[in-house]
Design a protein around this ligand. Structure first.
Ligand code: FE2
Length: 334
């Protein structure tokens, strides 16, 4: 689907999906974006839910700019103070901004290095199960969010702290007809990280903790229909954000050794093949807009002892699709 846009959108180098815009003069760009409010959203949608904007260093001195840009992508930009998010990771003046950094007071540490750290051809391992941690943001909520904006203020050095993305539309379309039919009506059971129900927690024999009603596992379709385009996409997480006690797949044998686990592994291995994936090497001022309804992503290791990394994220809500019509917010129930 092609939309006229006010911007020059290039294909994303090194990827089979995604768009790239070199922002140039910030004032001109923002004025153009505000004059054609759907142009950026459509550019992202045309890229199967991925848009890289290069040149937003101005956000570091003007955090309100990130919030204003986020508003171009949907009805509501999440206020993190209204969630259970740790205050230490919320921007002091802009509660819509989640600050992800290894610096205090947030002190968020990167994931472990995979073994091997690089493949024999020198490339970064992206494919599950060698790479773990693939997820779509906040899929443990119903309705789930639409879009995240993720911006590098202080990136890790080149070769570290990349973010990996995978194209759920491309991966779905490449499935066999038999597999498409098999998963058409299937649901995954998603859970907030830290519940004791993650794959590694179950493997380690942890006792799952008592959950608040607002933390209850949530069903989500494995095949998600995009509310704007009608395109189908795989919608799945793996180790930390699926319920490995009752799930991971509803109606299938549960647990880490069950039929549900086997099918989830098969789908994740397919989803994260290099042909559907992209590894982003961050530069200061890079802003990635990703659609959680049709992409997954994954953080990578960086040397947090030696390097600082500061990233800001916002989350946009409001168009999850008719499947969620009229639902109360699962994370607001008491
Ligand atoms: Fe994420």
């Amino acid at each position: 689907m092609a939309h006229p846009t006010a911007f020059d959108v290039q294909p994303l180098p090194g990827a089979s999906f995604g768009g790239l815009i070199d922002v140039g003069d910030i004032g001109t760009f923002v004025a153009a974006a505000e004059a054609a409010p759907d142009a950026l959203l459509n550019a992202m949608i045309d890229g199967h839910g991925f848009l890289l904007l290069k040149g937003f260093r101005a956000i570091a001195d003007d955090p309100g700019l990130l919030v204003a840009l986020s508003r171009l992508f949907g009805e509501e930009v999440e206020n993190y103070r209204l969630t259970t998010t740790d205050d230490n990771c919320i921007h002091a003046d802009h509660p819509e901004i989640l600050v992800l950094t290894n610096l205090p007071p947030c002190d968020r540490q990167p994931p472990a290095k995979p073994e091997p750290a690089l493949l024999p051809d020198g490339s970064l391992p992206v494919q599950f199960p060698l790479r773990r941690g693939w997820h779509t943001d906040q899929s443990f909520r119903r309705p789930p969010p639409d879009i995240s904006l993720f911006c590098a203020l202080v990136p890790a050095p080149r070769g570290q702290g990349q973010t990996l993305y995978a194209d759920g539309i491309g991966a779905y379309e490449a499935l066999s007809d038999e597999m498409k039919a098999r998963i058409e009506d299937l649901e995954g059971l998603h859970i907030v990280p830290g519940s004791g129900r993650a794959e590694y927690a179950v493997r380690a024999g942890e006792t799952p903790r008592e959950l608040e009603p607002r933390e209850a596992p949530q069903r989500q379709p494995v095949v998600r229909v995009h509310p704007v385009t009608g395109q189908k996409a795989l919608y799945l997480c793996e180790a930390g954000q699926m319920d490995w006690v009752e799930g991971p797949l509803v109606g299938m044998e549960p647990g880490i050794h069950g039929d549900g686990a086997r099918l989830l592994y098969e789908l994740m291995e397919h989803f994260t093949q290099p042909r559907f994936a992209y590894a982003h090497e961050w530069e200061a001022g890079d802003l990635i807009v990703y659609d959680n309804r049709c992409t997954i992503h994954c953080a990578t290791w960086f040397d947090a002892e030696r390097h600082d990394r500061v990233m800001w994220r916002t989350t946009v809500w409001g168009n999850p699709g008719p499947l969620y019509d009229g639902e109360e917010r699962s994370w607001m129930v008491s």
